[in-house]
Design a protein around this ligand. Structure first.
Ligand code: ADP
Ligand code: MG
Ligand code: MG
Length: 963
């Protein structure tokens, strides 16, 4: 049969389905079982390692950086047909390049690029991501002509390799790999050693002179193909392997002889038969079905989950890369590894990676066997190691970023199998950006764009308060796979992690190893602890991407997932026990260790100074207390955009009692008395806040919430009685006030400026407290900029009313003290009518601050407190793209903002405009507000650095687009 194949000129004569539509077999019922590699598949001495070097010679790579490389763009637009679905890469010509990630996927585009710049890459072809979409749209059918294109591409691979798919005298072996435009590590499928059958395995043995290697490849192929393509549980193969090892009384795979492996191949085939599956002997059929399986894996559940958890949308599908194999399993001078050009946890400029001698494929990334550090390669094969170092340097120069690299060494010769810009922690992102500038590889604008707002978010997460304090509680140490501090209760399955998290409990996920099916549980956890795996195992890569602390490869830890218990150095960790992980040191610590907020210093300080030099938007903070204000200044806040005075009303029993007396007062005199008692509290708060901000603008909002929020529930008879005594009124009067203040729709009720207009004495007291505080600060030598903000204005007359009151009291206080306090009076724009009337409102207002929580609430008509009931189904059905209370709705609410900015500035050109809603620290919103021309954003203290970065990135982006 193989002969027949080879004689057909196109190489596809024997294929029943070679032309036209090819219909796929039914989808496997379940997602694929992640390959598990036996621990015994070790790097031990392999007798009779390949010496002929035959396979090796065919690559003959040379560095060709001096050569002029034809641009891919000219190749495909000018000379190729529009609907080209297959792009080849190789020594002679690569049709793709790094710019074509959308079409070829990241892996395919970079394989082409690496070939172009002369690195040794096994040749191959890439089927486009568009084809994946077509495949699924056509009911899992390859589009017309696609298979022929694959075969034509295969011919060029065969020509470069000097061997052919299915040719027993010189068999070509292939890997079939997935790869989307955005990297999704481990989420989709790969098949290695494709092209083997009985005759080709015999041929490979003869040609390589290494029978053991040939049958090792064959049994790996049967296993992987069965698992990925045929849906046969991997453990059925693993069971056979273990059985044979037991029969031979050996513990390592490598101790099995060629004859043993041949026997194993037979038993693997029995596994297929026992399940009624037919192993396709025809390599072309193998290839076709493997391509289908990779396309199918795009829609597997775990890939779906990964995309939704990471917010990956808008991709067409995965590409398929069909590539000649490089063999890492040809004995001691062969092996496989992964490395980062810099440390992805810390950013240190030092090769960081792992290597397994005499191993293949996913042995490293599967996280089953703990691999050896990359220095092993330096020790055993210095030539290949040096080549790797050179390639890393070349790739960093070329891509101007830290790279994540997969490679294989075949008989001492290095092959590059993948490169991409490496996922990194926040700390690493900042350090790498700073050092790349110092090294002259990128300019500052580029560096500013290299750190994602989410990276800063990670850096602002808590660290352990005192790393020396917990030393007595350290239970053991594993590999520090992803830095940071995590504290939570131990759980032993991904499902438990999700369930506990959703009931509000912080968890640490403890596993023997993690597989891609665990992603959701990992996401729910504060941190992840794995008994097995290395620094580049699945868990580590995924955790680092999220900035989640992770510890892997801990030899002292025994995890019993079944019984939900782990043992470590004589201690037991049971489900629900608190443990703490230090992902930066690998320490596993007993109990709930205290955490502390982080600091902005060192590289981060330098980076933030670049950020600040680039942004136009000011970044202020929302802070209600002197402590928050101080915290925010440390994070770089340039003032307070929103201080909600009423948040301090609950600060003590005495305060809230005074507030309640003010509310239940039956006469104006009684109210004035209560207000007079409240004044010193407010003045003290304001003084603290103004001091903390030393001259930066402090925007204080007048009382906003409906008054009933401060009153006790009518059921709380004790409190009501005490209040009656306190206020000198009857309990019935208390009850009737509570009743009177009840509202059907409090958010649209008696609140905001409506309070101050009805009870001017409240506004008077607050303004007096503000200005008296300001006077005190000034008299003690401090500077002040006080901005008084009137909430919930809908008409110009409302603002005018309050503004006159504010100015009258302010003048009075300043006159009494004999000093001037720099101040402005402005308003929130949070009622849609105010946005529409911005022109007339700006006659009175010296500043606007968009209160986008209420503005969103009133523009959509969604109650912010009730949106949770329907938001999930809105998101699921694509009715809303996101929660508009977190990400500003640019089309609707944003349109009102634009309109109000325009009208407001038309009336008052120097009108200061900002935002103080929740969305003010969200990067997409910040970018929008930059474009709209706001002066500042104000957000919670922890988001200040993120908003600074987002503002800088918006400025860099718009400067670029104007060029
Ligand atoms: P993933 O996207 O999950 O990393 P890959 O397509 O990179 O999947 O394949 C997984 C592993 O298979 C790689 O790390 C590499 O070691 C191995 N592999 C892939 N292609 C080849 C090849 N042509 N030769 C040898 N090994 C390969
Ligand atoms: Mg890979
Ligand atoms: Mg509001």
């Amino acid at each position: 049969m193989q002969k027949h194949l080879l004689h057909s000129p196109a190489g596809c004569g024997s294929l029943p389905l070679a032309a036209g539509k090819v219909v796929a077999p039914p989808l496997r019922a379940q997602g694929p079982v992640r390959r598990k590699t036996a621990a015994a598949r070790s790097a031990e001495q392999q007798p009779g390692a390949l010496s002929s070097g035959l396979l090796n010679k065919q690559f003959q790579p040379k560095l060709r950086t001096d050569r002029v490389i034809p641009s891919a763009a000219t190749v495909d637009t000018a000379t190729m047909v529009q609907s080209q679905r297959v792009y080849t890469f190789g020594k002679t010509k690569s049709q793709g390049d790094a710019s074509m990630k959308q079409l070829l996927g990241g892996k395919g585009a970079n394989l082409a690029e690496m070939s172009r710049i002369g690195l040794s890459v096994p040749p191959g072809l890439t089927i486009t991501t568009d084809t994946c979409a077509e495949f699924h749209e056509n009911g899992r059918t390859l589009p017309d002509g696609c298979w022929e294109e694959v075969l034509a591409g295969l011919r060029t691979v065969e020509a470069e390799m000097g061997c052919r798919l299915g040719d027993a005298s010189a068999p070509l072996l292939l890997s079939v790999r997935s790869g989307a435009a955005v990297s999704m590590p481990g989420m989709m499928d790969t098949v290695l050693n494709l092209g083997l059958n009985d005759t080709c395995a015999a041929g490979l043995a003869k040609r390589s002179g290494d029978e053991r290697f040939a049958y090792d490849a064959y049994r790996r192929f049967l296993d992987m193909y069965g698992d990925v393509v045929m849906g046969i549980p991997h453990h059925l193969f693993e069971d056979q392997l273990e059985r044979l090892k037991a029969e031979r009384r050996v513990s390592e795979d490598t101790a099995l002889t060629a004859a043993d492996l041949k026997l194993l191949v037979g038993r693997y085939k029995e596994v297929y038969k026992s399940l009624g599956k037919i192993f396709p002997e025809d390599p072309y059929e193998q290839l076709r079905l493997a391509i289908y399986a990779v396309f199918d894996s795009w829609q597997s559940e775990r890939a779906d989950v990964y995309r939704s958890v990471n917010g990956i949308t808008g991709l067409k599908g995965t590409a398929v890369n069909v590539q000649a194999m490089a063999f890492g399993n040809m004995g001691l001078t062969s092996g496989t590894g992964v490395c980062f050009t810099r440390n992805p946890s810390t950013g240190e400029r030092k090769l960081y990676g792992e290597y397994l001698i005499n191993a293949q494929g996913e042995d490293v990334v599967a996280g089953i066997r703990t691999p050896e550090p990359i220095e092993t390669l330096a020790r055993t094969l210095p030539g290949a190691y040096q080549q790797l170092i050179d390639n890393c340097a070349l790739l960093e120069k070329h891509y101007k970023d830290m790279q994540d690299i997969e490679f294989t060494v075949q008989e001492g010769k290095l092959y590059m199998l993948q490169c991409r810009s490496g996922k990194r922690t926040g700390a690493a992102a900042v350090r790498i950006a700073v050092e790349l500038v110092d090294e002259g590889l990128v300019d500052i604008d580029t560096a500013v764009m290299m750190v994602e707002p989410g990276h800063l978010d990670q850096l602002l997460h808590p660290q352990f308060a005192d790393e020396d304090a917990y030393k007595g509680d350290v239970l053991g140490t594993g590999l520090p796979a992803s830095p940071g501090a995590a504290v939570g209760q131990a759980v032993f399955s991904a499902e438990d992690a999700e369930a506990w998290k959703s009931s509000g409990l912080p968890v640490v996920l403890v596993r023997r190893e993690t597989s891609p099916e665990d992603v959701k549980g990992m996401y729910s956890a504060e941190g992840v602890l794995c008994q097995l795996g290395g620094m580049t195992s699945h868990a580590a890569v995924v955790a680092r991407g999220w900035g989640k602390p992770c510890i892997t490869g801990c030899p002292d830890l025994q995890v019993d997932e079944h019984n939900k218990i782990a043992r470590i150095n004589g201690h037991e960790i049971r489900q629900g026990d608190f443990i703490s992980l230090n992902g930066s040191t690998g320490e596993i610590i007993r109990g709930k260790q205290p955490l502390a907020p982080p600091e902005l210093a060192g590289d981060l300080g330098k980076f933030m100074s670049w950020v600040d030099a680039r942004r136009r938007l000011g970044v202020l903070t929302n802070a209600d207390t002197p402590e928050d204000a101080e915290e925010a200044r440390k994070f770089g806040a340039e003032g307070i955009g929103l201080c909600r005075t009423e948040h301090m009303f609950f600060a003590s029993e005495e305060r809230i009692a005074t507030v309640r007396r003010m509310i239940v007062a039956q006469t104006k005199e009684a109210r004035l008395k209560a207000l007079a008692d409240l004044l010193p509290f407010q003045r003290e708060d304001f003084e603290g806040i103004l001091k903390a901000m030393s001259g930066l603008p402090v925007t204080i909002r007048l009382l906003d919430p409906p008054l009933h929020e401060f009153l006790p529930d009518g059921e709380m008879t004790d409190v009501c009685e005490a209040l009656a005594r306190d206020a000198g009124i009857s309990v019935d009067e208390v009850y009737s006030t509570i009743e009177k203040l009840q509202e059907v729709n409090p958010m649209l009720g008696f609140r905001g400026c409506r309070l101050g207009i009805t009870y001017p004495e409240i506004t008077e007291m607050q303004v007096r407290a503000m200005f008296e505080a300001a006077v005190r600060v000034q008299q003690s030598g401090g500077a002040v900029q006080l901005d008084v903000m009137v909430p919930l204005v809908g008409t110009a007359a409302e603002l005018k009313n309050q503004e006159q009151l504010v100015r009258r009291v302010a003048e009075q206080v300043m006159k009494e003290a004999g000093v001037r306090v720099p101040h402005r009076v402005g308003t929130m724009i949070e009622v849609p009518r105010a946005a529409l009337q911005a022109g007339s409102i700006a006659k009175t207002a010296e500043f606007f601050s968009f209160g986008t929580n209420d503005l969103t609430q009133m523009t959509f008509g969604y109650s912010r407190d009730d949106i949770g009931k329907f938001l999930p189904s809105y998101l699921e059905n694509g009715i809303l793209p996101y929660d508009p209370f977190q990400v500003l709705d640019q089309e609707g609410v944003g349109e009102l903002i634009k309109f109000a900015v325009e009208r407001g500035r038309a009336t008052r050109p120097n009108l200061k405009i900002g935002i103080c809603g929740e969305q003010g620290g969200e990067p997409k919103t910040v970018a929008f507000l930059h474009e709209v021309g706001l002066d500042y954003v104000s957000c919670s203290p922890f988001r200040v650095p993120i908003a600074r970065l987002a503002a800088a990135q918006a400025a860099v982006r718009s400067a670029k687009s104007k060029k």
